[in-house]
Design a protein around this ligand. Structure first.
Ligand code: ANZ
Ligand code: ZN
Length: 808
């Protein structure tokens, strides 16, 4: 019924909502909110003549299924089949107009074959590599934990403090795409806060690397700074406690203190370390040499410097950086001011002088008097010439850890050969299927359960035929969702992940909706894969999604978070059983602005249900006095302009216009409120103008209401439509259009400007003539006082907008 047609000549519209992570609990109200809102868009777009692609599938690899399998001793494959069937049933009951022919499931080999294929392309382009990385580890359960399983630093299962364990892991080099991912944001129309979060997550900083020699030591120390202009003010250095160099430079006197300090800070989380509290740290006993003036400055270690940003080391400039200032105060280190401003407003005794935008350099030798901006350029240049560093760019974003030591994920298509090393599986061996196992439990070595299936692990090297071992890590849950929007364009293709011409027809996605919580992970990952595929001519567009919006969270009754433990989770199926799918849909749209956080309210559900009863009862009265429609489906076109009775005609016209406008603004709650007002107004008018007097006019009015209501409440709209005698589905009808002649606003407000200054506003009939409005304007008291005794040079009326009078 709602199948999208490849290459149809109608204009296409690709509307996408994030597909669900298929847990055993089934669909929740958050899904209902976004799926309903986009169902409205999809249904309306079809009625407006678009060829709409509104697809759905299942993001089904991952922990909930795996954990359930462990608990029940059943195969994840079986559990998944049940979960997805349950989701499908629920979504069908709510009446979403998905194109079910395009259903996909990320854990099916036909699908993940292509996830593996894309991984191979990334690998061949040096964007996938292995690196020793810490994983979360529960020392008591002796298993690796996914991030989601670490709750407030503790193992979710047993509550023991999670620690880290180093394992060699697959990484994807998303950092190589940092600039492209930033630039791409200029091409798209995302909510401003979504763009901002992406920009902050990527976290691009321009600055310089500076290399410091160390006194009586071969080692050198590199720091990243955004403020090379402050180099003369560097009075000490600080290393993150994790910094490798510490053990090479620490003096024997300081060794014990330093080791103790390191141990204590490793126990802290990153968040704890960034919190604003008393600075801690210890001197390493080593001295660095400032390259620009050869001064000796002490090297400290302190945990306010993070190991995984820049080089994990800083030059501290306490005069101009507040954290460094606090540290210098605490440990009585020198503070040397190197930026000044006019007039001087700061007091270095109270805080660092950080707002140096209009500052200039002092105490900086040959660089004195330069503006900060010039100072940055000149000192960076000096560093480059003297081989002590140079321009550098840093990103907050890290490479993407792509390995999981879990069973229920895509196997990584790589083998390790004694002769050939790391060998990608040839593409014709894909999919590399996930073998069945007895035991899904993560292992006490931190390896994936796949490692225990020796006859799967031991294989032949595809290159030399010698003995080789398979990679046993699987991909993260984010893999399958990084490209699913492409597969929807050609979901059954066995030869390719999607046919290029089909992609050309359908992509980019016109509207994409997802949670705010996916703005920095899934959204960024999928943009990265897509951009990579674009760079290698596998997809036709640079960016995957034209628009990206986000729905607000639905809270439980009373405004507290819905959670199983609080027992306040609303099950959409219960609502349907009691009130029907249309009530659920209408209520969920009526709750409030789409992007707002809003609480569930059972009274509101009842209100939505009452509204639908009103529509039903009104319709029955009108249907009763009407003959069944006789037109053949092809002939029948809706035209509200045929309604002769003036008041009814005006009411219908006004509402077609208003409701359509609200749809276009994606203001779904006001779509419903206007439909409610429309219904009430029709009921009120019925008291004065009996449907039996002009059954046709009332039928046409009802048809307008049903057409406007049908995207929200398709079931009741269809039923009443058929009761009127129509044989063609309401969902295939053209969207009603209002007649501008019939919805003229009676009066308009027009501002009056005199010599460019707004002096008055006048209220006039909308169809007023120019001469008439100019007379009225000049008669206005405020206007009068400004033109009295002056000569009118020019007077212009821009219809419906403004009056301009120029006097001398
Ligand atoms: C000297 C300096 C002087 C700095 C000054 C700032 C102001 P963004 O903008 O976030 O990139 N920094 C560098 N690496 C760090 C790390 N691993 N942990 C903590 N801080 C680190 O910030 C760059 C600045 O943050 C760098 O510039 C460095 O301090 C600090 F008046 O260097 B600055
Ligand atoms: Zn080999």
């Amino acid at each position: 019924m709602f199948q999208a047609k490849d290459f149809d000549e109608k204009p296409k519209k690709y509307i996408l909502v994030e597909f669900p992570f298929t847990s055993g609990e089934g669909i929740h109200v958050g899904h209902c909110l976004s799926y309903t809102a986009h169902d409205l868009m999809a249904r309306k777009a079809r009625m407006e003549g678009f060829n709409v692609l509104y697809p759905m599938g299942y993001d089904s690899f991952g922990l909930p299924t795996e954990n359930y399998a462990i608990k029940t001793g059943r195969a994840p494959q079986d559990i998944n089949a049940e979960n997805t069937a349950n989701f499908r049933k629920q979504m069908e009951r709510i009446g979403f107009s998905f194109d079910w022919d395009r259903e996909i499931d990320t854990s099916k080999p036909e699908y993940y074959k292509w996830t593996q294929w894309i991984f191979l392309q990334l690998f061949k382009n040096d964007l996938a590599y292995k690196k020793e990385m810490p994983i979360n580890w529960c020392p008591s359960c002796k298993i690796g934990l996914a991030n989601e399983e670490v709750v407030k630093g503790n193992c979710e299962r047993c509550g023991t403090t999670a620690s880290k364990k180093n394992l060699s892991q697959w990484m994807l080099k998303i950092t190589a795409y940092a600039d492209k991912l930033l630039e791409g944001l200029n091409e798209v129309d995302y909510l401003p806060q979504i763009k901002e979060q992406q920009i902050n997550w990527i976290g691009r900083s321009e600055g310089a690397d500076i290399i410091f020699d160390i006194q009586s030591n071969e080692q050198q120390l590199k720091v990243f700074t955004t403020r090379p202009d402050t180099l003369f003010g560097a009075t000490f250095m600080v290393l993150a406690p994790e910094h490798e160099i510490i053990k090479e430079i620490v003096s024997s006197e300081q060794k014990e203190d330093v080791e103790q300090y390191i141990e204590a800070s490793l126990a802290k989380s990153n968040i704890e370390r960034q919190e604003n509290k008393e600075k801690t740290g210890v001197f390493t006993g080593a001295m660095a040499i400032n390259p620009i003036n050869n001064e000796l400055i002490p090297i400290w270690t302190a945990d306010y410097v993070l190991p995984d940003y820049g080089s994990g080391a800083i030059m501290a400039v306490p005069a101009h950086d507040q954290r460094d200032w606090e540290f210098a105060q605490k440990f009585d280190l020198p503070i040397v001011q190197v930026i000044d401003s006019k007039p001087a407003k700061y007091n270095l005794k109270k805080a660092a002088f950080t707002n140096t935008e209009n500052g200039f350099l002092i105490n900086s030798g040959e660089f004195n008097d330069l503006s900060c901006q010039d100072g940055i350029a000149k000192i960076t240049e000096w560093l480059k010439v003297h081989e002590k560093g140079g321009p550098a760019i840093n990103y907050k974003m890290r490479d993407w850890v792509f390995s999981r030591q879990h069973y229920w994920g895509e196997p990584i298509p790589i083998v390790f050969c004694e002769q050939c090393g790391t060998v990608p599986l040839p593409e014709d061996q894909l999919p590399l299927e996930l073998p069945p196992v007895e035991n899904y439990q993560p292992t006490d070595t931190g390896e994936s359960p796949l490692a225990a299936i020796t006859d799967w692990v031991n294989t032949e090297c595809p290159t030399c035929g010698g003995p080789a071992k398979r990679e046993t890590d699987t991909m993260p849950n984010w893999a399958g969702s990084s490209w699913y929007f492409l597969r929807f364009c050609d979901p059954q293709n066995p030869e390719k992940f999607a046919d290029f011409d089909k992609l050309k027809y359908w992509t980019p996605v016109d509207h994409y909706n997802g949670g705010m919580e996916h703005v920095t992970l899934h959204l960024l990952y999928s943009r990265f894969w897509h951009r990579f595929l674009f760079d290698h001519d596998f997809v036709p567009t640079m960016e995957p999604y034209t628009k990206r919006i986000a729905h607000g969270m639905i809270l439980g009754e009373g405004g507290i978070k819905m959670s199983k433990s609080k027992g306040n989770v609303i099950n959409p199926t219960d609502v349907i059983n009691e009130y029907g799918a249309d009530t659920l849909r209408a209520y969920i749209m009526f709750m409030g602005p789409y992007e707002d956080v809003k609480p569930w309210d059972t009274q509101g559900v009842k209100g939505a249900n009452r509204f639908l009863h009103k529509v039903w009862n009104l319709a029955q009265e009108i249907i009763l006095v009407n003959e069944k429609i006789q037109e053949t489906p092809e002939q029948w076109l809706y035209s509200a302009a045929e309604i002769k009775e003036v008041e009814l005609a005006a009411l219908v016209q006004k509402n077609i216009k208003k409701v359509t406008q609200e749809y276009e603004k994606f203001s779904f709650n006001t779509v419903i409120s206007h439909l409610m007002i429309f219904t009430n107004d029709l009921i009120a008018l019925k008291e004065r103008f009996n449907p039996a007097e002009d059954p046709t006019a009332w039928r046409q009015a009802l048809e307008a209401l049903l057409l406007l209501l049908s995207p929200v409440c398709p079931h009741i709209a269809e039923e009443l439509w058929r009761q009127l005698g129509h044989t063609r589905s309401i969902s295939t009808m053209p969207w009603p259009k209002h007649d501008p002649e019939l919805v003229k606003e009676d009066t308009i407000v027009v501002p009056v400007q005199i010599n460019g200054k707004r002096r008055a506003e006048i209220v006039v009939p909308a169809d007023i003539a120019e001469t008439e409005i100019l007379e009225l304007a000049k008669a206005n008291d405020n206007v009068k006082s400004h033109i009295e005794n002056k000569k009118i040079h020019k007077e212009i009326y821009v219809p419906n907008k403004i009056i301009n009078i120029v006097v001398k």
